[in-house]
Design a protein around this ligand. Structure first.
Ligand SMILES: [Zn+2]
Length: 331
């Protein structure tokens, strides 16, 4: 991803901030165990002075002193471990809580950029912090089947709302599990509030957590990028536009709500087609019916592109309304 110097500096600044945060956390944990048993501090002090001594003897070549020191350090460490265990801690307590254990929040593994760097760059370019906050709530852990009724039957398939969502969740999990091996695309359609966006977000969260680059756009936001990229020559939009083809997963939410015209429509299909050629996955959700889609985006392009998507229809009551009703009942 092409970044400007300022953007690069901003990302490095974020990594530095994470490292400082980690250091503070570890320091305060060390203080905490010292206050519970001051012998631990003595042990740590002894270990560090023995280590300094060991380094000296290594230079002097005193083999006997060196092996004595090694033994001393080993026994101090043993005592420390036993003490920590007696207080209910283990050595993991002092490992910094890295956001990315692969690069230890440095952004680099050796001299190569870590996978998390790519997402950091995307986050910066798209100011995706808002979706990150959403993903804390909208993920499989918080997914509830309670909103999908067994009694509510989709007349076109004869399946219940519950059976349909169970199937869609299974498909979504299959999509996630085989993401690195199989090129695939998903298309969620159905009425407002039946869980399409929620399910897309669940998938986004799982893939972000496993180090994939994910870009989320509402169709409205995406079409805005198309416009600004071509007509305004807006530098952020140009950069954003480049990455639309390249990210591991592109999510386009609420297709059909945008103000479309022949220009944006052709741009959309260019983007989708390019991603197909590059074997990069896309998830689309829409409230429109298949007929409406074909009318809006021309049947020929529509069918050519979407023959490469796994079409999943969701069906049910509007969950947002159900949730509100539940809240009212609780209040
Ligand atoms: Zn990393």
């Amino acid at each position: 991803m092409a970044l400007s110097n300022t953007q690069y500096d901003e990302i490095i600044r974020q990594y530095n901030a994470k490292q400082i945060r980690n250091r503070h956390i570890v320091e305060s944990r060390v203080e905490e165990v010292y206050s519970k048993n001051p012998r631990l501090q003595e042990i740590d002090d002894s270990i560090s002075s023995c280590s300094v001594e060991k380094a000296k003897q290594l230079l002097d070549g005193d083999v006997k002193a060196l092996s004595e020191l090694k033994e001393q350090i080993a026994s101090l460490k043993e005592e420390k471990t036993a003490l920590l265990l007696s207080l209910g801690y283990d050595e993991h307590y002092f490992i910094p809580p890295y956001d990315c254990p692969d690069c230890k929040d440095t952004g680099y593994v050796g001299n190569k950029r870590c996978h998390c760097f790519k997402q950091a760059a995307i986050d910066l370019v798209y100011t995706q912090s808002n979706i990150k906050a959403i993903l804390q709530v909208e993920n499989f852990e918080h997914f509830s089947y309670d909103y999908f009724s067994e009694e509510l039957i989709d007349p076109s398939t004869g399946l219940s709302s519950r059976a349909i969502i169970e199937d869609a969740v299974k498909e979504s999990q299959r999509f996630i599990n085989s993401f690195d091996d199989t090129f695939q695309n998903l298309f969620f359609y159905g009425d407002t509030g039946v869980g399409k966006t929620f399910l897309s977000n669940c998938i986004a969260k799982e893939l972000l957590d496993t180090g994939h680059s994910v870009i989320y756009f509402t169709a409205f936001g995406l079409f805005d990028i198309f416009q600004k990229n071509v007509f305004d020559k807006d530098s952020d939009a140009i950069l954003a536009h480049q990455n639309l083809f390249d990210c591991d997963l592109l999510i386009i939410d609420d297709l059909g709500t945008e103000m479309s015209n022949s220009f944006t429509t052709s741009q959309l299909f260019l983007c989708l087609n390019e991603r197909l050629l590059r074997k990069k996955s896309t998830i689309i959700s829409t409230n429109l019916t298949m007929n409406q889609l074909a009318e809006t985006y021309s049947e020929r392009t529509f069918s050519r592109v979407f023959s490469n998507y796994n079409m999943l229809k969701l069906f049910g009551d509007d969950i947002r309304i159900k949730k509100k009703l539940k809240q009212c009942a609780l209040n």
